[in-house]
Design a protein around this ligand. Structure first.
Ligand code: NAD
Length: 279
């Protein structure tokens, strides 16, 4: 039976460190969060972030903009926050109304306040191994991998999913560790090659959003499995990997929920404190 990689345990340890760093700062770090319109999903994230911020001594400043806000107005608002010296980090809650293109507007956040690590300048630094603001989910996965104690040097690492927030930055971060990285995606599945790649993985990271995509019997004996996927099936939250089958083969595996999820918001707060320290 595989050992469970529980995100909360790692997150609690990192939060302790964040708390002590916050105490050393002259002013409490300020996180400015922008929510546009009304959306229950975005509001749930805001509640969870507010709670985490409170426990860490971080000021969570919520800015609610109307549903019909246009891109120009949102960009002006972001620029105002960029110029506001008391604000250390800015995040834009997803999803956004249809008239707003996240990729376009997120580029207006000053790179030093981009605590989600999604500004092209911050993404670009990953290529050079010099990133100080990592995308939060990719950073969460790297923390869990650290927790496994597995030396990534020369390991066969397979990532399923090549999104900008998870798969692509992770591939670069893992190359920095000299892992042999294979990135699979929809094209791999369509070519009928997903199973053969997954079967080679000594470390498997899956971030797709399709329950049961990865069959338990595909997992190599002794593999480390990190399941980033979040799917709601019959009112239950499950990942992308068939957990029961996979845990028979894996040496360590993340539960869903309770694996990557609890660490993601902690990574956001860590980026914020780094931004506050850098100023
Ligand atoms: P995305 O939709 O941007 O990308 C999905 C990726 O999966 C793409 O690379 C696509 O090519 C690939 N894909 C789709 N169908 C496939 C198939 N049949 N076979 C192989 N690859 C396939 O997704 P995302 O934003 O990276 O999110 C992925 C999952 O991770 C979602 O379930 C999301 O909810 C979850 N997620 C969790 C956290 C967390 O904190 N735990 C954070 C971010 C995302």
């Amino acid at each position: 039976m595989a050992k469970l990689l529980e995100g909360k345990i790692v997150a609690d340890r990192i939060k302790e460190d964040i708390r002590s760093q916050v105490q050393l700062l002259k002013n409490k770090p300020v996180l400015a969060s922008i929510i546009v319109g009304v959306n229950p999903g975005a509001e749930a994230y805001v509640r969870s972030q507010t709670k985490t911020a409170e426990t860490l001594g971080i000021v969570y400043q919520l800015h609610k903009l109307p549903q019909d806000t246009q891109e120009g107005a949102l960009i002006d608002f972001i620029k105002k926050l960029n110029d506001e010296s008391s604000v250390n980090g800015i995040i834009i809650q997803m999803p956004l109304p249809a008239q707003i293109d996240y990729k376009k507007i997120s580029q207006y956040i000053a790179p030093e306040k981009d605590i989600e690590g999604m500004h092209p300048a911050n993404i670009g630094k990953i290529v050079f191994g010099k990133a100080n603001m990592l995308p939060c989910t990719a950073a969460a996965v790297m923390e869990l991998l650290k927790e496994t104690g597995v030396d990534l040097y020369g390991k066969e690492v397979v990532i399923v999913g090549h999104s900008e927030i998870v798969g692509k930055p992770l591939a670069l971060l893992l190359l920095e560790k000299f892992a042999t990285v294979t990135v699979c995606h929809i094209g791999t599945s369509k070519a009928g090659k997903l199973e053969e790649h997954v079967k080679q993985a000594e470390v498997l990271i899956v971030a797709v959003g399709k329950a049961g995509l990865i069959k338990g019997e595909w997992i190599k004996d002794g593999a480390v499995v990190i399941d980033v996927g979040i799917n709601r099936i019959d009112g239950k939250i499950v990942g992308d990997v068939e957990f029961e089958g996979a845990e028979k083969h894996a040496s360590q595996i993340t539960p869903v929920p309770g694996g990557v999820g609890p660490l993601t918001v902690t990574m956001l707060m860590r980026n914020l404190v780094e931004a506050a320290k850098a100023r």
